[in-house]
Every structure is written in C-alpha cells, then in structure tokens.
Design a protein around this ligand. Structure first.
Ligand code: 5GP
Length: 196
C-alpha cells in the first residue's frame, strides 16, 4: 500500500546535443507549467559573454571536485574541457523536476531513477544547429567539435528516450513535450498513490 510519502517528484530529463534547442523548449515549458521546477547545474565552464549569471552555478574545478567527493551530484559529466553536474535536487513540494543535460547525464539519471521521463531534442538540421551555436557566441572550433559529436550523442539518446522531438517549430515542439509530461505525470502519481 503506498502513502503520500511515496509521492516523490517526477524527474523529467530534456536532453540532446548542443544547439538542438533544449534551452528554448525548457524556458517555454516553465512558463506554461507552474508545477515544473528547473534544477540549476554546476559547471566549471566560464560564463559566456551575455550569458545570465543564473544560467549555471559557475564554480572553480576545486569547488566541483569537493562536491563530487561529498556525493553531492545526482549525475555529472566531463564535456570537452569542462565539468557539468546536477546537484542532488531538493524539489519544492508538489513540483516535478526538470533537468537540462547531455545524453551521458541522461543515461546516469535513468540508472538511478528508472522512472525518469527522458526527452531527446533534435535540431531540424546540422546547419540550423550550427547557426544556433554561433548565435550564442560559440567559436568555430568549438562548434565543429560539438557538431562532430552530435551523431553519436543522438544515436545513444534515441535508444534511451521515451519521446524524441524535432525542434523545428518551437510552439509545436513544446506542446508535444507538454502533453507527454502530463501523461507521465498522471501515471507516476497514480502508481505512487499520490493524493489528488
Ligand atoms: P553549455 O556549455 O553549452 O552550456 O553545455 C554543454 C552541454 O552540457 C550541453 O549539452 C548541456 O545540456 C550539458 N549540461 C548542462 N548541465 C549539465 C549537467 O548538469 N549535467 C550534464 N551531464 N550535462 C549538462
């Protein structure tokens, strides 16, 4: 018999290669659904010009290492020169948690939380993906490296994901993701015996 204490939050992972448009989907989802709570990742990457100080918790390699040793990350990955990690989430009551992370991170989350809903975001084309990365200020060398990695990331992601969404039309993509989350949320709450 389940109790309200079993009613833990649903974990929603939005994953995909750089420039796929995960961020735009997440921003829009959070505006539409007040029951979603976004986890803020830690990174050792320096802040980009014009990037919000809230985009990540920007930390030194030593701070990251210290938290890692203390078991403070749900998952983490080394992505090119830098480390990125999801702190073990402290989700406000009644909310579900959204993680915007790469495919390697999504694989780890699925291992610790088999019920996590994993959504893979695909860009409409490599050209559009390149354009999006350039637009936010990534340099050409970095863009080339990330594009080269995208095929492998996407095939791994396709095996893992419960939903694959192409981000060509943002509004349509968000509506698709929202409907999927609603469905998973209902199933999750019913299975966990959550109160209405
Ligand atoms: P960027 O440097 O472009 O902000 O992020 C590089 C990649 O790391 C992106 O694919 C982004 O989604 C991913 N990322 C951001 N935060 C995390 C995290 O906490 N864990 C993992 N595994 N990947 C992350």
């Amino acid at each position: 018999m389940s109790t309200a204490e079993d009613c833990r939050p649903l974990t929603i992972v939005i994953s995909g290669a750089g420039g796929a448009g995960k961020g735009a989907i997440v921003d829009s989802l959070l505006k539409r659904d007040p029951r979603l709570w976004l986890s803020r990742s830690w990174t050792t990457r320096p802040r980009r010009r014009g990037e919000s100080p809230e985009a990540y918790r920007f930390v030194t390699p030593e701070e990251f290492e210290e938290r890692l040793r203390a078991g403070g990350f749900l998952e983490w990955n080394q992505f090119f020169e830098h480390r990125y990690g999801t702190p073990r989430p402290d989700v406000p009551e009644g909310m579900d948690v959204v993680l915007e992370i790469d495919v390697q991170g999504a694989i780890q989350v699925r291992q610790v939380d088999p019920e996590a809903a994993v959504i893979l975001v695909l860009p409409p084309s490599r050209e559009e993906q390149r354009r999006r990365m350039a637009h936010r200020g990534d340099d050409d060398t970095h863009i080339a490296k990330r594009l080269a990695k995208s095929d492998a990331e996407e095939s791994l992601g396709m095996e893992l994901a419960d939903l694959v969404v192409i981000n060509d039309d943002l509004d349509r993509a968000v509506t698709e993701v929202q409907a999927f989350i609603e469905d998973r949320r209902e199933r999750h709450r019913r299975d966990a015996g959550c109160p209405d």
